[in-house]
Design a protein around this ligand. Sequence first.
Ligand SMILES: NC(=O)c1ccc[n+]([C@@H]2O[C@H](COP(=O)([O-])OP(=O)(O)OC[C@H]3O[C@@H](n4cnc5c(N)ncnc54)[C@H](OP(=O)(O)O)[C@@H]3O)[C@@H](O)[C@H]2O)c1
Length: 280
Amino acid sequence: MFPCARILSSFQSRTILTRALSTMTTKKLLFVKHFDGEPKPSDFKVVEEKIPALKDGEVQFEALFISVDPYMRPVSVGKPLGQKMFGAQVARVTESKHPKYKKGDNVVGYMGWETHPICNPDTLESPFGAIEKPLVLPDFKKLPLSLALGVLGMPGNTAYFGLTELCQPKPGETVCISGAAGAVGSLVGQIAKNLGCKVVGIANKKEKLDWLQSLGFDVTIDYKEENVDKMLSEKVPQGIDCYFDNVGGEMSSTVLSHMNMFGRVAVCGAIAGYNAKLHH
Ligand SMILES: NC(=O)c1ccc[n+]([C@@H]2O[C@H](COP(=O)([O-])OP(=O)(O)OC[C@H]3O[C@@H](n4cnc5c(N)ncnc54)[C@H](OP(=O)(O)O)[C@@H]3O)[C@@H](O)[C@H]2O)c1
């Protein structure tokens, strides 16, 4: 069973180890109701189906880790109901009739929320509508394969290229990150530290701020417990040169008022608005 409620609310462990039920059936999580506010278990339905015979060009996978990402919330708005929930997973090839995938290969790809998906890699669409073949992973040695959904995957690429190409931080500059304890934000901060920057992280809850400090963040602000404007004035008097924004909304307006001349902003996400209620 997919522990749906738990994975939708988890912040740290965004991936879950799926349990192989049987080699004859596959379990899918169908998206049956458009979200209104926070996603709920009743927005999904679990179905179990017989695994069909593999056709030429197709590959059968066994899901190892399924990712839950913030983009799913806004992207879901345009998706038809009754279909398998879209999303990325790390999976192992269990059978293949495609020349580029062999049994035992580990891949990362957009096979959706299903335990034993079958797809034709040449026609597999990402949630954003482009054809994106599952990527065969190199040998991770002792590293966990789930990293292909984290630092070695989409969040890691977002953090690295968003910071280095859009913000272009210079040593000694101050980089501020909202959503700092998330998958992307926590990596942005660590990369910025490696580039010789002073790093300010905005997140909620003491445990997260403590963790960010253990990663080397110079200043941490709890946006629910503290006044961000006041804290930035007090703790970041030199101003902000780069703002990596994961959150949007009111927090962005506050941080932007602390930017230095010729500062750079990477608008990575606007998570503050993702779970908005529908207007009835
Ligand atoms: N442009 C791209 O290519 C791209 C790629 C990946 C991700 N993104 C975007 O990057 C952002 C972060 O993604 P992620 O994967 O790092 O997310 P994540 O690991 O799920 O972390 C998200 C964090 O955002 C914070 N948050 C949630 N609601 C908030 C609110 N209303 N106000 C302020 N903070 C809030 C929460 O931390 P606290 O409890 O500490 O507030 C949460 O842990 C998202 O906006 C996502 O859409 C963009």
